[in-house]
Design a protein around this ligand. Structure first.
Ligand code: BGC
Length: 721
């Protein structure tokens, strides 16, 4: 008998349900249940075998002490595992996911994940509640910041990179952690962008848009999956048997652990599908949920459900087996303290390596949205830079949402980064206003500081906590009096004929068309993480090329939301001068910035597009190649996107669908041919019956620098059966 079966045969029901229970400690508060209250009973529960895993406890000594209780003082000595939300770094923060996604660099995504795992695993963390894979097309939803943006193909690539990075090649390795793909699935389309609201979308959209990233995570061997808090057309995901059992487990063959979201089993009562904890626990267990996070639904509900015959012990055992199997995969039975090694002798080197990666990631994630003149990169020998705005000296805010173990200190602000890059005496810093306060008395001195400046740099945006969980916003303008500050500065700068560069910090696109019009350049920095100030200084000074491209369509108006490039044409697609076509009376249809938009300091042009073969079968791989020339004055990193459009199909297809992308570094005047590979099967789609269909006929392939058909090169291929 193997270890797991031997253990199982000795376990009492309480001990079994303990393995299915994840309790919260109080080092982080990530939900509404009062963590300190639960945390008080934690040691007792661990000794009693009533808890199998813990969230929000980290640090090698603390984890070691708690683990010791489980291993030495509980009857069966089963080790615990420890989970934490390490969404974009543990102590060293990399850019928030939406920002890092915009670097369009899967190698980078994997490297930052690997480093986060290395850092956290030394401090007792066995599991990350990441990657967050929810496609988001409504930036009012605060969690847009945590995920892949609007595109399912990007979501797939992100899933693979992050799972590989977190888990490494061997989950038992002391520097590997179990990844949790979350939140399964279709959490992004919450009604009106309001957090935790209901979701009601078509099965086709679920299949085409929201499932692929999870399928990719499973394919990459993800250890666990977390169902979303939300309901999908009335069925809460925590109780969604067809999707959890039918699709995830049976169809995709996922054998790992399903861990509920925070109190989500208990919340089945609030959803109105369970009368009490007994019914809630029954529904979740029957749907295949193995672990009850934070709530006591399994511990208290399942014993009664068993007595009443609502569930049986075989179902409980199956869940316990999966949990124990994960502990075995994590190597915890062999050495329960393997992830409690503490910093170690190479800590300083490791930190330096991580910091330099964070700096590179920050620079690669910045999106140069507009650049009207030639203000950037800043010319050497600049004498005075007026640094204005509440986010100029705001190291702690640079962390964005989900800060894990990163404290407020040690995060590089823009002020600090620029002081180091340009010299302290060059920078004249005036905040002007606070992030969201009503006091405008500081605006005048900020405006004054423009008088002596060569360049004005405005640092504006949201606080780090204005995006992430429980952070939906209905208006996407600048909070507080920042608009007033910016307008006053822009007006004075215009009168003085001085250039203004604005840096926007946010967890989502902000709707500030007036700023895009008036500033000489605007950079979307999102939240760049621990090395924010250095990464920003690198881009401003031209040491690094702005590499980011927006991974989400940037609306002009909140009224355009949901806005995304992969729309279907409809029967009356927009035509200028024809009122009876799809359009608004008051704003254009197109976004402020298209998906994939981002300028560089070079100027790249595409030409001479080729594809082979032009006639292809399901198992062929297409090679699409295009010439890229940098005709601009400086080196550039360019991202080349390949889209497809099936113009005539049995089901109306989106006007563009991203299929692949490649990046290239080109010197000024440089030229190169880029080849994108596309397996023809990627041109299949769910037919009318939702079964995958490779339909004969013509498909247009388009290559461009963003999702703007007007600037693309295209060829047509023929699919044959
Ligand atoms: C969030 C999850 C998170 C969990 C644990 C929940 O409120 O939705 O994303 O992993 O808390 O902190």
């Amino acid at each position: 008998m193997g270890r797991i079966e031997a253990l199982l045969s000795r376990m009492t029901l309480t001990e079994k349900l303990g393995q299915l229970t994840m309790s919260a400690a109080d080092q982080a508060v990530t939900g509404p249940v009062v963590a300190p209250v639960i945390a008080q009973g934690l040691a007792r529960d661990v000794r009693g075998g009533a808890v199998g895993s813990v969230l929000n406890l980290y640090g090698s000594e603390r984890v070691r002490a708690m683990q010791r209780l489980a291993v030495e003082e509980s009857r069966l000595g089963i080790p615990l595992f420890f989970g934490l939300d390490v969404i974009h770094g543990y102590r060293t923060l990399f850019p928030v996911p939406l920002a890092e996604v915009g670097a369009f660099d899967p190698e980078l995504w994997e490297q930052t994940a690997r480093e986060a795992a290395r850092e956290a695993a030394r401090e007792g963390v066995d599991m990350f509640f990441a990657p967050m894979l929810d496609v988001a097309r409504d930036p009012r939803w605060g969690r847009t910041v945590e995920g892949p943006g609007e595109d399912p193909t990007v979501g797939r690539a992100l899933a693979g990179a992050k799972v590989r990075g977190f888990q490494g090649t061997d989950l038992a390795a002391p520097d590997a952690v179990a990844a949790v793909a979350k939140h399964f699935c279709a959490y992004g389309p919450v009604q009106a962008g309001r957090e935790y609201a209901s979701v009601d979308i078509s099965e086709r959209t679920v299949l085409e848009v929201h499932m692929p990233s999870f399928a990719a995570a499973v394919e990459a061997g993800v250890a666990a999956v977390m169902p979303a808090f939300t309901d999908l057309a009335g069925i809460p995901m925590t109780a969604h048997r067809p999707l959890l059992c039918g699709w995830l487990r049976e169809r995709l063959g996922f054998q790992g652990v399903i861990v509920s979201d925070y109190n989500a089993i208990g919340e089945l009562m609030a959803h109105g599908v369970a009368a009490d904890r007994i019914e809630a626990a029954t529904l979740a267990l029957q749907a295949g949920v193995d672990i009850d996070m934070v709530a006591d639904a399994y511990r208290h509900g399942l014993p009664v459900a068993l007595e009443r015959g609502l569930v049986n012990e075989t179902q409980v055992d199956a869940a316990v087996r999966r949990v124990l199997a994960l502990k075995e995969r994590l190597g915890l039975f062999d050495d329960p303290y393997r992830r409690c090694q503490g910093p170690g002798p190479e800590a300083a080197d490791a930190l330096a390596r991580r910091r330099s990666l964070a700096r590179r990631a920050a620079a690669s994630s910045l999106v140069l949205l507009t650049h009207h003149g030639a203000v950037l990169p800043l010319r050497p020998g600049l004498r005075r830079l007026a640094l204005i705005g509440p986010l100029a000296d705001a190291g702690a805010e640079m962390r964005g949402s989900w800060v894990a173990a990163a404290t407020e200190h040690g995060q590089i602000s823009v002020l600090e980064g620029l002081r180091q890059a340009l010299g302290a005496d060059v920078i004249a810093h005036t905040p002007g206003v606070t992030l969201s306060g009503a006091d405008t008395s500081g605006i005048e001195s900020a405006v004054q500081s423009c008088e002596t400046a060569d360049v004005i740099l405005l640092c504006l945006g949201e606080a780090g906590t204005m995006s992430g969980e429980a952070a939906s916003r209905a208006g996407l303008d600048l909070p507080g009096c920042q608009r007033e500050l910016a307008l006053a500065v822009l007006e004075r700068a215009a009168a003085l004929d001085k250039p203004v560069v604005a840096i926007l910090f946010s967890g989502r696109p902000l709707v500030v068309p007036w700023l895009f019009e008036a500033a000489d350049a605007v950079i979307a920095a999102w939240f760049p993480g621990s090395e924010a100030g250095h990464g920003i200084a690198d881009v401003l000074t031209g040491r690094a090329s702005p590499g980011g491209r927006t991974p989400i369509s940037w609306p002009r108006s909140v009224g355009q939301i949901p806005i995304f490039y992969a729309q279907r044409p409809g029967g009356r697609p927009f035509a200028p001068n024809n009122r009876y076509t799809s359009q608004y009376l008051d704003v254009p249809n197109d976004p402020q910035f298209q998906f994939g938009h981002g300028l560089s300091y070079g100027r790249c042009e595409l030409g001479n597009l080729r594809v082979t073969p032009q006639r292809c079968h399901l198992h062929d791989t297409l090679e699409v190649s295009v010439e890229v020339r940098n005709t601009g004055p400086r080196a550039a990193r360019e991202t080349i996107f390949l889209f497809a459009h099936d113009r005539l199909a049995s089901v109306a297809r989106p006007v563009l669908e991203l299929k692949a992308w490649e990046q290239i570094d080109l010197q000024a005047g440089g030229q190169s041919r880029v080849t994108l590979r596309l397996p023809a099967r990627e041109l299949s789609f769910p037919g009318a019956d939702l079964q995958m269909l490779f339909e004969p006929g013509e498909v247009e392939l388009l290559v461009g620098l963003q999702a703007d058909r007007a600037c693309m090169r295209s060829v047509v291929v023929n699919l044959t059966c």
